[in-house]
Ligand binder design. Structure first.
Ligand SMILES: [Zn+2]
Ligand SMILES: [Zn+2]
Length: 146
């Protein structure tokens, strides 16, 4: 078992959340996956193991994880939310072709927040920055098809 999974299970236990086999599996999948899966991705990956599980169950588990701060929900307008169990500060780069989301680390852009506050008078709660492009896999695919 990975340290991150063990730590996450401890946090669940400390929060008084019951650890069901499904909950354990959803958490394990999230931690292993670096792809920021949707609830549907998680459901598809686990449905053969848990035939009684529904997408709604997966959502419920993710909501519990989000409420205790184990995962972050990334929303993209009308499309499905993605879930990220890397809750440290990081930014995302997103592939225009396959939609893959990759973490990258860059010093927090705190300046943006103070400048926005000065200009607009808002109380700033957070900011979000995303970078877009074409990932290496998609570039290789494009090359292979030529
Ligand atoms: Zn791609
Ligand atoms: Zn991330």
């Amino acid at each position: 078992m990975s340290d991150q999974l063990q730590e996450a299970l401890d946090i669940l236990r400390d929060s008084g959340v019951r650890i069901t086999p499904q909950r354990h599996a959803v958490l394990e999948f999230l931690i292993q996956s670096e792809k920021h899966p949707t609830a549907d991705d998680i459901y598809k990956a686990l449905e053969s193991k848990f035939p009684n599980m529904s997408v709604a169950t997966v959502y419920n588990n993710l909501r519990v994880f989000r409420e205790i701060g184990l995962v972050r929900e990334l929303t993209y307008g009308d499309s499905s939310s993605r879930f990220d169990c890397n809750t440290s500060d990081h930014y995302h780069i997103i592939c225009d072709q396959c939609g893959k989301i990759v973490d990258f680390h860059y010093p927090r852009l705190d300046e943006v927040e103070s400048i926005a506050e000065q200009i607009t008078g808002f109380d700033i709660s957070r900011h979000r920055m995303e970078v877009y492009g074409v990932c290496e896999d998609c570039k290789d695919l494009a090359k292979a098809s030529h």
